[in-house]
Design a protein around this ligand. Structure first.
Ligand code: AMP
Ligand code: MG
Length: 360
């Protein structure tokens, strides 16, 4: 007999909450689920999160199960008041306070040495814990009402683009979690910046909503983890793009074309013809400035190059929209990797499995 047991689907309550007129009785209902060890997905300003009681290992395990998340990937703990940090950490280095003061609540996660009450499941065996104070009014009310720290990774199936709309969460997690709060769109659109301040020079482990430039204003020199860049780019288009890095990825293979904008457009056109001659269905990710330069394919703009914030807000939605089409290859322009563009390019490169072609 096979040892595989299909997990029974459960009822998932969809709770619609208007962010401009938050119904406290609905918040109470969801907080109650969290207090009873259940899972609730809810909007934050970055992306939707899948929440559970961070201090209850059984509840935390439900997050990993619902997402299909590898257990060695640690979770961020969400709080609403500075005092909430104290029980979770060994100590708070003095230099962290100005950062907290400036960027919390908001899209910044800070790494601390963890205290013993933080379960192993949260830290994935590390001695540290990642903590964030979100600013989204629904997230804040829900965490406050629950009165416990809430672990909340992005509310997508592991490997898929993070959810910025309630519909994305419903698509991924219906039948797998206790409740989903449908509370409008996440407006930052990329996950929080993860900052490690344990060394002499603060280091960004993941670029996000709070940019390197913003952090440098408060901290002086800030470095970026080398791993963020990923492997170096390849020069030629692969005949059949290989195994993808399984993050933020749509079903189609993504290829990024990098370089001067005019050359990029030309290279994308050339690659499109090549792939189509190979009977592959091709889609294009472009920007408002270039959308009129392409013809005869599924073309989606991620926004204007003059508004990197709008590009960040649109990226995951656009990646998900390609799953509703039958394209097999997505050729994507790149954007400037400065300010929030750094987070955009980091996610896009992961979606592409670091398949990057230079337009020359
Ligand atoms: P998600 O909430 O799905 O965006 O994933 C949380 C991410 O936060 C992880 O993938 C890590 O990159 C980061 N993270 C969480 N805890 C830690 C930690 N203790 N040390 C370093 N990074 C962490
Ligand atoms: Mg995630």
């Amino acid at each position: 007999m096979s040892g595989v047991v299909n997990k029974v689907m459960q009822d998932t309550k969809i709770v619609k909450i208007d962010v401009d007129k938050i119904d406290n009785s609905l918040i109470e209902e969801c907080a109650n689920i969290l207090n009873c060890g259940g899972t609730v997905a809810f909007p934050t300003e970055t992306v939707y999160g899948l929440g559970a009681n961070a201090l209850d290992p059984k509840a935390v395990k439900k997050i990993f199960e619902a997402k299909g998340r590898p257990s060695d990937n640690p979770l961020i703990v969400h709080i609403t008041k500075i005092e909430d940090i104290f029980p979770l950490v060994e100590s708070i280095p003095q230099k962290v306070y100005p950062v907290i003061e400036k960027f919390w609540p908001g899209p910044l996660t800070i790494i601390f040495e963890k205290s013993d009450i933080v379960p192993h499941e949260i830290s994935a065996g590390l001695s540290t814990v990642a903590i964030r104070m979100p600013s989204h009014p629904i997230a804040v009310k829900l965490i406050e009402e629950a009165g416990i720290p809430i672990a909340a990774p992005s509310a997508n199936l592991s490997g898929k683009p993070s959810p910025t709309k309630a519909e994305h969460v419903i698509e991924d997690l219906s039948g797998k979690v206790d409740a989903i709060v449908a509370g409008g769109d996440s407006n930052v659109g990329v996950e929080s910046t993860v900052l490690d301040m344990s060394g002499d020079i603060p280091m960004i482990l993941r670029p996000g909503g709070v940019t390197k430039e913003m952090l440098e204003e408060v901290l002086g020199e800030v470095s970026i983890d080398k791993a963020i860049e990923g492997p170096t780019e390849i020069k030629e288009a692969p005949k059949s793009p290989g195994m993808k890095y399984t993050h933020y990825a749509p079903k189609a293979n993504v290829i990024i074309i990098e370089g001067d904008l005019e050359k990029t457009v030309n290279k994308i056109k050339e690659l499109k013809v090549n792939y189509e001659n190979d009977n592959k269905k091709v889609g294009i990710i472009c920007t408002d400035e270039t959308i009129n330069k392409y013809t005869k394919s599924i073309i989606k703009s991620i926004g204007s190059r003059n508004s990197p914030e709008s590009i960040a807000a649109n990226l995951f939605k656009v990646l998900r929209e390609f799953d509703e089409t039958d394209v097999q290859i997505i050729l994507s322009e790149s954007v400037d990797a400065v300010k929030i563009g750094q987070a955009v390019m980091n996610r896009l490169k992961k979606a592409a499995g670091y398949c990057i072609i230079k337009a020359e």
